[in-house]
Design a protein around this ligand. Structure first.
Ligand code: FEC
Length: 316
C-alpha cells in the first residue's frame, strides 16, 4: 500500500544544552534583550541547583519519539506514515527550523501540537503563530493544521488522577486534611480582559481530576510568574502555601502542576526546591505529583489529538 506521509511538528518550550548557553536562551526569552548580570546569575544558579542539568531536552526528545512510534503503530495499517519534527520556542531546533525541515524533506501536509495541554494566546497561540507564518512563507507551501488544547482528554485526566491518588498515600493523615493545590505557569493578567481561555481550561482540568480522585479539599494557584512591571495572574503558590498554613492550619499539601507535562526547571526548582523550602519553614509536609513525561497515556492523548485534528479537517 502506498503510504501517505504526514509531518507532525511537536512544539515545546526548549531549554539550553549546557550552562554556557543559558545567556543566549534567556536573551531569546526576553525577545533579544540580554538579561542583567544579576538576572543571568539567578537563572544560572537555579539550573545549578537542579544539578546543572536540562532534563526538559531529554524528556521532549523521548516524548517526540514515543509519539511518532505510537502514531505509526496505530495508523500504518490505514496507509498513513507520520514523521515527527521538533519545534522549540526558545532553543534550537526552533519552531521555524522544524517547519522548514518538513518542507525540505518533501512533506506537503502537517499537524502542529504543543507539549502543553491548555491554550492561551500567549503560550500555545504564540507557538502556532510562528509555525503558521513560517509555513505560509515557504515557496512550495506546506498545509498545516493545529491542535489547540487537549486539557480534558479522559486519559490525561486518568493519568493525573492516578498521580494524585499515589501522592495521597504518602501521608499519614486523614484524606480530608490534605489540601491539593493544582498549579500552572502564571501569565500577565491582561489575558483575562482579552477573554483568554487559559484560566478556565486549567480550572476545568483541576475540577475534573478532583472529582475523579474524590478530593474536595483543593484549590488552584499560579506559579513561576515573571519579574516584570506588569501584574501577573495570582495568587502565587508560595503565598497560598503560607496563607493556608498560617491562617487555616493546613499541614499536608499535594502540589499537582497540571500546566506542565515534563520534569524541568519550573517543577524541579520552583516546586521541589523553592516551594519545598517554604513548606519546611512552615512545618508542612509537601508532596508533588510525578510529571507525565513518557507515560503511555499522555503519548496516547497526543496521538488522539493529532489524528483527531486530521479527521476534523476531513483529511483522513
Ligand atoms: O527547564 C527549562 O529549561 C525550561 C523550563 C520552562 C518551562 C516554561 C514554560 C512556560 N513558560 C510560560 C510563560 C513564560 C513567560 C515568561 C517566561 C519566562 C521564563 C524564563 C525561564 C522559563 N520561562 Fe516560561 N518556562 C520555562 C522557563 N515564561 C527560565 C525566564 C526567567 C524567568 O522569568 O523565570 C516571561 C518572558 C516574557 O516576558 O516573555 C510569559 C508558560 C509556560 C507553560 C506553557 C509552555 O510550556 O509553553 C505559559 C517549561
Amino acid at each position: 500500500m502506498e503510504q501517505r506521509k504526514i509531518g507532525v511538528l511537536v512544539m515545546s518550550y526548549g531549554t539550553p544544552e549546557s550552562l554556557d548557553q543559558v545567556e543566549a536562551y534567556y536573551t531569546h526569552i526576553r525577545r533579544g534583550h540580554s538579561p542583567e548580570p544579576q538576572q543571568l546569575k539567578e537563572l544560572t544558579d537555579r539550573y545549578e541547583a537542579i544539578g546543572g542539568l536540562f532534563p526538559l531536552r531529554d524528556n521532549t526528545n523521548k516524548q517526540v519519539q514515543a509519539l511518532e512510534d505510537e502514531l505509526n503503530r496505530r495508523y500504518a495499517g490505514q496507509g498513513l506514515q507520520f514523521a515527527c519534527y521538533q519545534g522549540l520556542k526558545h532553543a534550537s531546533p526552533f519552531i521555524e527550523d522544524g517547519v522548514r525541515q518538513m518542507a525540505e524533506d518533501g512533506l506537503t501536509e502537517a499537524v502542529g501540537i504543543v507539549l502543553a495541554p491548555h491554550y492561551s494566546v500567549m503560550s500555545v497561540g504564540g507557538y502556532i503563530k510562528r509555525a503558521q507564518e513560517t509555513a505560509a512563507a515557504l515557496p512550495g507551501g506546506l498545509s498545516m493544521h493545529f491542535v489547540h488544547s487537549y486539557h480534558l482528554h479522559p486519559q490525561l485526566i486518568e493519568a493525573l488522577t492516578e498521580r494524585v491518588n499515589t501522592a495521597l498515600q504518602r501521608f499519614d493523615a486523614d484524606r480530608n486534611e490534605i489540601r491539593v493545590i493544582f498549579s500552572a505557569h502564571s501569565l500577565p493578567e491582561k489575558i483575562v480582559e482579552m477573554g483568554d481561555p487559559y484560566p478556565k481550561q486549567l480550572h476545568e482540568t483541576a475540577q475534573r481530576i478532583a472529582e475523579a480522585a474524590g478530593v474536595s479539599n483543593w484549590q488552584f494557584a499560579w506559579q513561576s510568574a515573571g519579574q516584570t512591571s506588569v501584574p501577573w495572574l495570582g495568587p502565587d503558590i508560595s503565598e497560598v502555601l503560607r496563607h493556608i498554613a498560617s491562617e487555616e492550619g493546613v499541614r499536608y499539601v499535594i502540589s499537582c502542576p497540571i500546566g506542565f507535562v515534563s520534569d524541568h526547571l519550573e517543577v524541579l526548582y520552583d516546586i521541589d526546591i523553592e516551594l519545598q523550602g517554604i513548606a519546611a519553614e512552615l512545618g508542612v509536609q509537601l508532596e508533588r505529583t510525578a510529571s507525565l513525561n513518557t507515560d503511555p497515556r499522555y503519548i496516547s492523548v497526543l496521538a488522539d489529538a493529532v489524528y483527531g485534528e486530521l479527521k476534523m479537517k476531513q483529511t483522513v
